[in-house]
Design a protein around this ligand. Sequence first.
Ligand SMILES: [Zn+2]
Length: 216
Amino acid sequence: MNLLLNKKYTRRNFLGLGLLGTLFLTGRFSLTPSGKFLTARLEEEFEHQTTIAKLHPTPEKWSYNEVTVAWLGHASFLINFFGTKILIDPALGSRIGITPIGNQTIGLRRYISAALNSGEVGPVDLLLLSHAHTDHFDYPTLRQLQSPNTIAVTAQNTTSLWQGMKFQSIEEMHWGDSKSLAGVNVKAIEGKHWGARLPWYKGMEANTLLLSKSSL
Ligand SMILES: [Zn+2]
């Protein structure tokens, strides 16, 4: 297995700052004089420079006779699974956050660009979304990846979020479900994570997905 990795800061910090940043930008969070440190930190998180990823995967050269995995940044992974092209939780734009209008994202700016953009990834066979949080379910990226040849997998009670997007199919999977999709056996396992996109969206789950091929 080939694995390409880089990392800037922890997931917990990223999500916490994302929430604070959203509150700050929407005017629901007022700062006191003692919040100057927080102000500076938020400005840094929203407006710092983004550096280009040092590694640039070349999936067109990957062998179809093995598993190759490239970490594209944050929770996004591109996999060639013995000939099946799989993309996990793609968020490949310059920012991650909410998209109230069109594809304009209000949220944190990346420290390091995604290793590949949507065009470089190209159409995939399987698009796997673990849950609906904005850093895993990124509307601008998903819209760019629409393809009649792509099967998308989404967690329980999240199909409505895909409204207006065109894929071959949207497969909603609940914990314990198994499906054969694009030649891959996909099994959904309970993800130990709160999966709702917004706190008042009830019933949205988070999946861990186990992949296998019976022909191997
Ligand atoms: Zn999450």
